[in-house]
Ligand binder design. Structure first.
Ligand code: GLN
Length: 246
């Protein structure tokens, strides 16, 4: 195909890189290349300033509290440009620590609040002595179907948007609401690592369709042979969560 490349920005891969979150980039790239799209991946480290006018999709992974505090400062410095691109439709896939920083603040276990970028109406709080929310997770999304993966977070998140989905197994945003993740504009926020996309190809394609539309590229994605991905999902579901139907 002789179209311009789709440009994916991986923000702060040197800091937000828990649970092989970078695998999500590999999936996005390959699913585009299998359909003959050109792909460019910008790995934007914390010593660089992101150029949001270049990107068609932004990915933020998960991170430890220490790394999140550094990233929060970096993100706040470029928040106006980030916000205006997202309001124009720039898609964002934000996972766990990266997801938390899109909100008003992320509260550390010490009680201190790390200000986020206020891109969404959301707060993440620490509950003293409460356990971390850890384990395999399955979520029902009306847009995608069942999303599977792994979560590990101390923060409890509440927001005023629609969730990505409803928790079938695991904890999700706060362990009590039954909500997981967030959808607003073209933002996909979630606590699901794993990494997220290898076992959830329908979600990968939904995010790619948003990115292609934003880039004014053809966004009709032909079906791929996802048998391996579906086997991985089925194995995950049957081994880890017998109570959740695939
Ligand atoms: N440090 C954050 C928390 O514990 C996010 C962790 C993560 O990205 N897995 O809530």
């Amino acid at each position: 195909m002789s179209h311009k490349p789709l440009c994916i920005a991986h923000l702060y891969p040197d800091l937000l890189n828990l649970y092989a979150d970078r695998g999500n980039i590999a999936v996005l790239r390959r699913r585009l290349e299998w359909r003959s799209y050109e792909v460019e991946v910008a790995h934007v480290t914390h010593s660089e300033i992101p150029d949001f006018s270049r990107y068609h999709l932004v990915l933020l992974g998960g991170g430890s509290d220490r790394e999140q505090a550094i990233v929060a400062e970096k993100l706040r410095a470029c928040a106006p440009a980030f916000r205006s691109a997202v309001e124009d439709g720039l898609p964002v896939l934000a996972i766990c620590g990266g997801y938390q920083l899109l909100g008003e603040y992320y509260q550390l276990p010490s009680g201190e609040k790390v200000p986020g970028i206020g891109l969404v109406d959301m707060v993440t709080e620490a509950i003293p002595d409460a356990p971390r929310l850890i384990g395999n997770i399955a979520v029902w999304s009306d847009e995608i179907g069942v999303i599977v993966g792994f979560e590990n977070h101390g923060g409890r998140t509440r927001h005023g948007h629609r969730p990505l989905g409803r928790v079938l197994h695991g904890h999700g945003n706060d362990g009590v609401s039954g909500h997981e993740g967030l959808r607003h504009l073209n933002i996909w926020g979630t606590y699901v690592h794993g990494p997220l996309l290898p076992k959830n190809p329908a979600l990968a394609d939904a995010v790619l369709r948003d990115a292609l539309a934003y880039a004014h590229l053809p966004d009709h994605l032909e079906a791929l042979d996802d048998r391996l991905e579906h086997e991985a999902r089925a194995a995950f579901v049957s081994l880890r969560m017998n109570e959740v139907a695939p």
